[in-house]
Design a protein around this ligand. Sequence first.
Ligand code: ARG
Length: 461
Amino acid sequence: MSDSVDKPWGGRFASANDALMERFNASIRFDRRLLSADIEGNTAYAHGLQRIGVLSEEECARIVEGLQQVEREFSDPDYPLPDALEDIHMAVERRLTEIVGSSGGKIHTGRSRNDQVNLDERLYLRKEIASLRERIVALQTLLLDSAERHVQVVLPGYTHLQQAQPILFAHYALSLFWMLERDGGRLADAWKRADYMPLGSGALAGSTFPIDREFLRDELGFAAITPNSLDAVSDRDFLVETLSALSILMMHLSRFCEDLIVWSSAEFGFVELSDAFSTGSSMMPQKKNPDSLELIRGKTGRVYGDLIALLTTMKGAPLTYSKDMQEDKEPLFDALDTATICLDVFGGAWAGMTLNAERMESVVDPGALATDLADYLVGKGLPFRDAHHVVGALVRSALSANKSLTELTLEELQDASPHFSEDTLKLLNVRSSLALRNIQGGTGPEAVRAQLAEARALLAQ
Ligand code: ARG
């Protein structure tokens, strides 16, 4: 061994890596985040090796204890893990062997870093997905509470960022609730396809040792074992799916940020963000900027970038494992960190925001009631398309008379259609407009109450 290189793979090498190559090749700076997963996987694997007689009971016990020591030591962020160690898997094995002696060298029997890293990523992801889903539920709870608290608040609803029809603020808040419900579902779904135990796949072709894969599956709490070793070590779909779910989640947050940024402008004045989630200008003393929301909107692009980076890395990687795939970790960690903090910041900004309910309702353009007028005529027997024309013409004549739709007299209405009568005028206000929309899933107050109850029941499950 004296003339070989001091690496677990060094036997075949007569001379060391270039220092540049060593730095380039190392993933330990970022994959130390897989430490607990690697310890968990190693611990189960040690028991698996004992089962098939590769490790004695004592060896296994010492290894398991040694692994705990390694975890304690490496958990200290100041514990030096130099690039020479290459990655977390080799660092753990090396330190373990220092602690327990030569039996440490048996832990990699029948295993490759290819199935090991795949396992670690699954174990790591399981925890991350669980914690993201908790955060999503926390934000859903916040939205639901605020929808219930502001259940009377009315504001203009927009399409094309033009006033369209009046809506309840609670309806608006709940729309994000349902988006988040799908986001949580997508993450749970990504996990379903990650929930396979890959050990026993070896480098690519399986293992010559009779590793009890079902035992390992059970030890590690997976639903099933991977059915094909080539696919197992090549598979990063679960990461791609997670990044895709996070991209969609970020897209949702970003759209709400966009609304709230616009709504917090002086021109809209619908909401005011708390000082706690705004910042000032270094030059203009009067400024209070919605930076929290702008940053979430900005970081959405970053998470998309993480997804595209991983997809692009994977598209060129021939089966089975190639070192390209080491590039999966930084985008994953970045997207997880970014989505996590964005969920929290969005919650903080939302919770601290004050609504200017009067302003919201007062700016509802009476024109936003035009659909109700057309629907009224339909009730009198007109085909909708004809009714639409009649009301369109009314809107035009109101505009040229410099009046709003609600300022038209009964005579003016009746000029446009003889079907209009006294009760038409009563119809022309925001509250009756909302009450007309008690269809399931609509913005009518009763429908929204039912929706609130449905959302509440869902969270209680
Ligand atoms: N650090 C590597 C990675 O993250 C571990 C797997 C290395 N496997 C190998 N055959 N070189 O992808």
